[in-house]
Design a protein around this ligand. Structure first.
Ligand code: HEC
Length: 138
């Protein structure tokens, strides 16, 4: 008969192995169809962001993002997080977007996980695709 301590150790090792197998299967396996679907979902959010950026975001005036940032110019998502003078601290991109929503657009800020905020960031990042990451840069 198996000694109880050895048996317990065996159970622990066996369950650890099982967990590794499960998580590596979940993390690694995806198909071309999965990739196509993820790209499609991503681009749908980018498109939504583009519309918001070009006047689709409700504001308390007639101002829209593209008036000052045509095609997301001068948005520099690749420099975040960085110190922003307007906020007086190191901030993330979405916080600076909110600064523009509250000031030039005179509107209410969006929550970080608001789908509109995610879409605006996706559009801005997509427009700046390929820019070298330079967090903190001015
Ligand atoms: C009236 C002009 C104006 C409008 C409209 C405007 N912005 Fe800005 N935006 C600015 C100014 C000025 C800054 C500050 C530049 C700085 O100090 O880096 C800025 C900064 C930014 C930054 C950070 C840029 C950087 O280099 O760090 C982002 C991102 C941004 N705006 C996004 C938006 C979005 C999204 C909208 C629409 C919701 C918007 N802006 C509307 C003028 C504008």
């Amino acid at each position: 008969m198996m000694n109880r301590k050895i048996y317990r150790a065996f159970v622990v090792v066996a369950s650890m192995l099982a967990m590794t197998q499960v998580s590596s299967t979940q993390a690694d396996e995806f198909t071309d169809e999965d990739l196509a679907r993820w790209q499609q979902e991503y681009m749908a959010v980018v498109d939504k962001g583009e519309k918001l950026f070009h006047g689709g975001l409700s504001s308390n005036n007639t101002v829209s993002c593209d008036q000052c940032h045509p095609n997301a110019s001068n948005t520099h998502p690749e420099t975040y997080p960085k110190f922003q003078q307007q906020l007086g601290r190191v901030a993330e991109l979405w916080e600076m977007i909110n600064w523009c929503i509250e000031n030039p657009l005179e509107s209410a800020p969006l929550a970080a996980d608001d789908p509109r905020m995610i879409a605006l960031q996706a559009y801005i990042a997509e427009e700046r695709r390929g820019a070298v990451l330079e967090p903190g840069k001015h």
